[in-house]
Design a binder for this molecule. Structure first.
Ligand SMILES: [Zn+2]
Ligand SMILES: [Zn+2]
Length: 264
C-alpha cells in the first residue's frame, strides 16, 4: 500500500492540469489514504508566472473536499516554495495566507539557469551543473523555513539523458546536505517525478537514500510530483521499495507543520 503522496500540483499551479477534486478521486481509486497538495509558490525574476498561486480560494476548496471525502481520504495543505532562501519575505508572507501542514523547499533555478532547461545542460558540463546545483541547495538549507527538502538532485530529470549522473562525484556536497537535513529535523521528498521521464531516476537517487539512512536519517515523505490526476501515486511503489531498501522504516506525516513518524 502507498501510505501517502505529498507532492502534487493542480490548476492552482501554473503548470497543473486538473482540479483538486479530480486528484482526490484518483487517490481514493488507488487506495492511497493520505495526500497533500503542494502548489508552486514562485516569485523569482525568471519565473513566467510569478505569484500565480492563490492560497485563499485553494484552501476553501481543500476544506470542501475534506468534508466531502471525510473518512475516505486525509488531505493535507502543502506548498512548494522555489528558492525560499532567496525570497524570504514573499515566502513568509504566503505562509500567513492558509494554515499549511508542510512546506517543501526546492531549487528550480540556479542564478538564471532553469533546472529543466535542456539548452543549459547542453552548454555546460555535468560537474558544473551538479556542483552549482548542490551548492545552491546547501545555501537554501542554511536559512529557509521549510519542512521537506524537495526532489534533491532534480537536474537529473532533464540532464541525465544528456550527460548522465554519478552521485559519487558529489558525495562530499551531498553528505553535507543530508547532515543539514538531519540536524534540522527536515524530511526528504522521495520524488518519483523523474521516473516518468527519460531519465528514469528516482530523486534523490537510491544511493543517496542509502547514505542518508546510514547517517541516521529517517524522515522521508513520498511524492509523485503529479501535475495531472492520472499521475497521482505514479511510481510510488518504486519509491517505497527504494526507501525500504535503504533501511528506512518510517514515512513522515505532517499536520500544521508538526511531523509524525509512521511505521512502514
Ligand atoms: Zn519542484
Ligand atoms: Zn513540484
Amino acid at each position: 500500500m502507498i501510505p501517502l503522496d505529498y507532492h502534487m500540483h493542480t490548476r492552482f499551479s501554473e503548470d497543473g492540469d486538473d482540479t483538486l477534486e479530480a486528484m482526490c478521486r484518483r487517490a481514493i481509486e488507488l487506495g492511497i489514504p493520505e495526500i497533500g497538495f503542494s502548489e508552486h509558490w514562485d516569485v523569482g525574476p525568471y519565473e513566467k508566472n510569478p505569484r500565480f498561486f492563490q492560497p485563499e480560494p485553494w484552501y476553501a476548496e481543500l476544506e470542501r473536499l475534506r468534508d466531502l471525502f471525510a473518512g475516505k481520504l486525509t488531505i493535507r495543505a502543502g506548498i512548494e516554495i522555489a528558492e525560499p532562501h532567496l525570497y524570504p519575505q514573499p515566502a513568509a508572507e504566503v505562509l500567513t495566507r492558509a494554515p499549511f501542514d508542510y512546506v517543501l523547499g526546492s531549487v528550480h533555478f540556479v542564478g538564471p539557469h532553469f533546472m529543466f532547461d535542456e539548452a543549459y545542460f547542453r552548454t555546460h558540463t555535468a560537474d558544473e551543473v551538479y556542483r552549482a546545483y548542490f551548492a545552491e541547495v546547501e545555501t537554501l538549507l542554511q536559512t529557509a523555513d521549510i519542512d521537506i527538502l524537495a526532489h534533491l538532485d532534480v537536474p537529473v530529470r532533464t540532464a541525465k539523458p544528456i550527460f548522465g549522473y554519478d552521485p559519487t562525484r558529489y558525495e562530499d556536497q551531498i553528505r553535507r546536505i543530508l547532515q543539514m537535513v538531519i540536524d534540522r529535523n527536515l524530511a526528504l521528498d522521495v520524488n518519483a517525478g523523474g521516473l516518468r521521464k527519460a531519465a528514469q531516476n528516482l530523486m534523490p537517487d537510491p544511493l543517496i537514500l542509502k547514505w542518508y539512512a546510514g547517517m541516521g536519517g529517517e524522515r522521508v515523505t513520498l511524492g509523485s510530483d503529479a501535475h495531472a490526476a492520472s499521475q497521482v501515486g505514479l511510481h510510488l511503489d518504486t519509491a517505497l521499495d527504494a526507501v525500504r531498501a535503504a533501511g528506512i522504516s518510517h514515512v513522515t506525516q505532517f499536520e500544521l507543520r508538526q511531523a509524525h513518524l509512521v511505521s512502514l
